[in-house]
Design a protein around this ligand. Sequence first.
Ligand code: ZN
Length: 424
Amino acid sequence: MKTITVIQNGRVIDPVSNTNEIAEIWIRDGLIIAPESKNSETAEIVDATGCWVVPGLIDMHVHLREPGEEYKETIESGTRAAAAGGFTGVACMPNTHPVNDNGSVTLFICETAKTCSARVYPVGAISQQSKGVSLAEFGEMKQAGAVAFTDDGLPVLDSQLMRRAMEYSASHNSLIMSHSEEISLSRGGCMNEGEVSTRLGLGGIPNAAESIMVYRDIALAELTDARVHLSHVSTADSIDLIRAAKTRGVSVTAETSPHYFTLTDEAVLGYDTHAKMSPPLRSKKDQDAIREALADGTIDAIATDHAPHSELEKDVEFSLAANGIIGLETSLPLTLALVRAGIIDEMRLVQLMSSRPAEILGVSGGSLEIGAPADIAVIDPQKKFVFNAEKSHSKSANSPFSGWELQGKAVLTLLAGRITHSEV
Ligand SMILES: [Zn+2]
C-alpha cells in the first residue's frame, strides 16, 4: 500500500518560510513530512509541473446558511464549493436561524463540519440573537469552537455594547470582527451613492456609512486594547483610517472581497441584482485605493463574503433584492488577475488568502512547514475556464461573474492529505 504522497515539480510558495521555488512536498498520515527516499511502490506521485503548491486557502468570511436556510446552502455544499476553489478552511458567520449565539449552535456547526470538505471555524454572535442589546455567551461559544465574534450582516450600533464586547474579548484573547455600517446613513439605499445611483434613480449609500463605523471601531480598539478585524472594507476613506491606525500601532486588521477590487458600481447599470451587496460596489477611486491597500499591507486578507441566495431573494426588483453573492469558486482567479496585472505578486496572494487569515483567526494552516497538517492547494495559474454559477458546487447561483472567462484554478485540494477536490 502506498503510504506516502509526493507532490513534485511544482513551485512551492509559502510566505511563512519565505519559500518560492520548485520543490517537493511529502505527505504521510495527513501531515507534511521531511523528504525520505522514495520508490514507486510506497509513494503516490503527483506531478505538479507548471503549478503552484500553496498552503490551503483560508476564507475568513463566509455564510454557510446552516442551520435554517439549507435551501440556499449547507455546511456540506458550502465546503464543497470551498474545496473546488482551493480552500481548506472557512470561517462562517453567525447570522443563521437560529443565530449562532450560544454553545449548542457552535457545537452543531463543528460536529456537522467534521465529515465535510473543509475545516469550518464558527464565528459566534456578539449580542444575543444579534439584536445588539445584550452580550451573547462568548465563553460558552469559545469553548465549543468559536474563533471570533461578530454580529455580521448587522453592525453593533450601541457603542457601549461594542466597547464591552471588546473588553471581554481582549481579556480572553479573542477576536472581534466588525461589520462597519452606520444604518441611519445606509437605510433606504441599495447601491453606492454617486453618479450611477443618480442616473439609475436608486437610493444611494455614501462612503461615510462605512467609514464612520470603521473610525468608531478603531477608536474602541485603541481604548480597550482589543484585537479588531474590519470585515469587507470597500472604501478609500476606510483604507485611510486603517492605514493611520496601523501606523499608530493599533491592533487592527482588515479584509476586502474580490468584488470590491474587480467591479465598480457601474456593474449595477442594467439593474442586475447580482451586483447588489452590502457594503455596495463602490467607485473607481475606491477600487484603486483597495488595490493599493492589498499591495502595501493595509489590507491583511481577501475574504469572499460568500453569501448564497436563491432566485426567490434575487429575482426581484433591485431595491428589494437580498444583498450578497457567492464567491468561493471565483475568489482565486479574480485575485490571480491582480498578480497578472502586477499589483501583487504570488507570495502576497498566498499571504492574503492563506497565511494572514490563519494568523488572524489563530487557526492551523497558512504554511507548508514539516509537521503541519497537509492542507494544500495545487493551483494551475494558466488554466482558463468559463465560470458557470449554475454548475457551481454551491446550492445557489447568485454571482455577477457567471459567464466570465477566468484564468487560474485550484486543480487539486487536500485536507489533511485527503483529496477534497481534483481535476488532475
Ligand atoms: Zn458583513
